[in-house]
Design a protein. Structure first.
Length: 387
């Protein structure tokens, strides 16, 4: 996970925009029952490293959450500009903020940055945006019923009504059919190899603040039916220590089927801390786990930087390289100012993703809220060829 001082995010989100995509042509049932299209085509959450049509992001609006809102917006724009070198970026922004988003982001790189006017609250579109499902010739967007991470009535609470409505609005504007998940969760709580295996933390999904009254077995069945997966590898995670209750996308990521990146505490981390224990337990489980096809998992550890050497600060600061994003042909990853650790992360990720360009971006303002680049992005996958 992260070092002992790091919680795992207090705020952040990214959202949507641009040109319509292929729909299913027929309405899907309001609640996913078997992850199939009306014509019987199986739908499945694809792996992120597959080809994308575009990346969605969202423009942060909450000055009450972000003391340095201008700095956070600058980080968001910088990430968008780097991603736009590799694929189109669509930035979700409310009507009152769209002009500023356009001016700050500019036109972007080769593939451009567009701004679409959809009301939102924060920049964490990974969590409140649609999670896309694909099958031969079809695509749908899964609405995971975002409820502000279940933090209403707690010290972590922040406004989320606009974010909760954004997935449905986005899918309507793009002409993509919406499927309502049979569970409550967030995109950051879902990590798949695209071949039927899902990684997830029990702390973020088998939790009464999202899915009250449901057992782990019931939540697992909901995940399988909604996402089209065959096996869920559960790790315990840690509830109550950050706003997400320990999302998987800052802990363990698939780089390919059978291959996993594991976030490792950095130099100086307390080996007895709760986050070190999360790392130890996750490693133990992954070392003995097999995927949906019966393959053991090859684990590559990705160490955090030394907290004493980074340029950012704050208890919630997310000093994790594992919260990276993979647009077409690239890996977009944070850098934190610990030169040796930044260089090691680049080398590890280059080895994990051969043929991709590893691009490091300073995101100290975003990371101060406990999130990262993956939290701030959502990919729209290319539709597979029709059978």
């Amino acid at each position: 996970m992260t070092s002992s001082e790091t919680s795992r995010r207090n705020i952040l989100k990214f959202g949507a925009a641009a040109i319509p995509a292929l729909g299913l042509g027929m309405a899907l049932p309001a609640t996913a029952g078997a992850a199939t299209s009306p014509t019987g085509v199986q739908l499945r959450m694809p792996a992120e490293e597959g080809k994308h049509v575009r990346t969605f992001m969202a423009w942060p609006t909450l000055a009450s959450v972000w003391p340095n809102l201008a700095g956070v917006r600058g980080d968001v724009a910088r990430v968008a500009q780097q991603i736009s070198r590799f694929e189109p970026v669509v930035m979700l922004a409310g009507p009152a903020h769209a002009a500023e988003a356009r001016a700050t982001c500019g036109t972007g790189g080769t593939f451009g940055i567009s701004v679409i006017e959809i009301a939102n609250d924060d920049l964490w579109i990974r969590d409140f945006g649609p999670t896309f499902l694909t099958g031969p010739g079809v695509i749908a967007g899964l609405d995971t019923n975002f409820n502000g991470w279940g933090k209403t009535g707690t010290t972590y609470y922040q406004p989320f009504a606009n974010d909760a409505a954004a997935a449905a609005t986005l899918l309507t504007q793009y002409g993509i059919n919406r499927v309502q998940a049979s569970f409550v969760g967030e995109g950051g709580s879902l990590e798949t190899d695209g071949e039927g295996t899902l990684l997830a933390t029990a702390s973020s999904l088998v939790n009464p603040n999202r899915n009250p009254g449901k057992s782990q077995a019931q939540v697992e069945q909901d995940l399988k039916s909604s996402l089209g997966v065959d096996k869920v590898i559960w790790v315990p995670g840690l509830a109550g220590q950050d706003i997400t209750d320990c999302h998987i996308d800052c802990l363990a990521r698939f780089t390919a089927p059978g291959k996993v990146i594991l976030d490792k505490p950095g130099p100086g981390a307390d080996p007895t801390s709760v986050w070190s224990q999360v790392y130890d337990e996750t490693k133990r489980i992954l070392q003995t786990a097999t995927d949906a096809k019966g393959r053991p998992l090859a684990i590559t550890e990705l160490p955090n930087p030394d907290r004493a050497k980074i340029t950012g600060s704050g208890r919630a600061f997310l000093s994790s390289y594992t919260n990276y994003y993979t647009p077409n042909g690239a890996v977009i990853v944070p850098q934190f100012g610990d030169a040796a650790a930044d260089a090691a992360a680049r080398t590890i990720l280059q080895g994990a993703y051969p043929g991709r360009e590893v691009v490091q971006v300073t995101i100290d303002n975003i990371a101060s809220g406990g999130g990262g680049i993956h939290c701030a992005t959502q990919s729209q996958p290319v539709v597979p060829p029709a059978a």
